[in-house]
Design a protein around this ligand. Structure first.
Ligand code: MN
Length: 287
């Protein structure tokens, strides 16, 4: 039995299908984990979602997906909360007969997944963790977000998602000063959502920064979220995606898997048991 983790698919179904063939996934025995951003930017989000929905039925707990920022954007669009963005390629999903079933399933996915595999502790998130977060801190924050997303009024959380996009250079910690406890909770949620689904580099005040490029070319004073000590969940190996310019990272406690498939790069799978890497060049056609 193998455990595979796969990077950001972004609607590149043909590439995903080819990669799954390459790794020889045994759906009856193996585990398959995906770091989120299943959809958007690429040409076949609908096929990716239908595929993931089928793997979920077939593999049960051995199939795990965590939510990425583009997955949240699809949920927002489905609910009529989010507005279309210039490079969205979500029309196939939004006009599908099984749209409600597919997006309903996506809405039930978690923001974080903890699992022990072969004597090693893993935590999978789309983007990252806040510095200093214990596993319990991270789990509680993620579950709070999940309850908001699944509850009767997900608008607040999805609005945070939009605000983080618009003001991603501002610190969630600073914005909650001198405010009452309700808005402090909101600011905490926004900061947790930002860490789990959008973080790349932080400024000297540990606020999120919008820089997306490679860390070695970053403006002075910025540091990668995983280089700030104490890192969140330091005793766990973090599996994440979201940062295409960072590229594949296989470090003792960090496996970063976004290798820019949708930008003409590759889709990457890593077998956690022995760190075997299997990659597939992007073969999806963009019209
Ligand atoms: Mn992302």
């Amino acid at each position: 039995m193998a455990t595979w983790a796969i990077g950001d698919v972004h609607g590149c179904f043909s590439t995903l299908d080819a990669l799954i063939g390459r790794i020889g996934l045994d759906v009856r025995r193996d585990r398959l984990w995906m770091v989120g951003d299943l959809v958007n930017r690429g040409p076949a989000s609908l096929q990716v979602l239908r595929w993931a929905r089928a793997r979920d039925r077939e593999m049960g707990d051995r199939f795990q997906v965590v939510l990425g920022n583009h997955d949240l954007h699809l949920i927002a669009r489905h609910l009529g909360i989010g507005r279309e963005r210039p490079r969205d390629t979500l029309e196939d999903v939004l006009s599908a007969a099984d749209r409600a079933d597919l997006v309903g399933w996506l809405r039930l996915c978690p923001f974080i997944h903890f699992e022990r595999v072969e004597d090693a502790d893993y935590v999978m998130v789309h983007a990252g963790l806040r510095p200093g977060w214990s596993p319990l801190d991270a789990l509680e924050a993620a579950e709070r977000l999940q309850r908001q997303l699944q509850g009767p009024s997900p608008e607040r959380l999805l609005r945070h998602e939009r605000q983080r996009k618009d003001h991603s250079a501002r610190s969630g910690d600073d914005s909650c000063r001198n405010t009452n406890s309700v808005s402090r909770q909101g600011a905490d949620s926004a900061a947790a959502l930002s860490a789990l689904t959008r973080t790349r580099m932080l400024d000297s005040k540990r606020g999120p920064h919008s820089y997306k490029g490679p860390p070695e070319r970053a403006p002075r004073g910025l540091r990668s979220w995983f280089d700030i000590q104490p890192r969140g969940c330091p005793d766990h190996t973090v599996i994440c995606g979201h940062w295409a310019a960072l590229g594949l990272q296989l470090r003792p406690a960090l496996i970063a898997l976004d290798t820019g498939c949708v930008w003409g790069g590759r889709l990457t799978a890593v077998r956690l048991d022995d760190h075997r890497v299997v990659q597939q060049d992007c073969i999806d056609r963009f019209s």
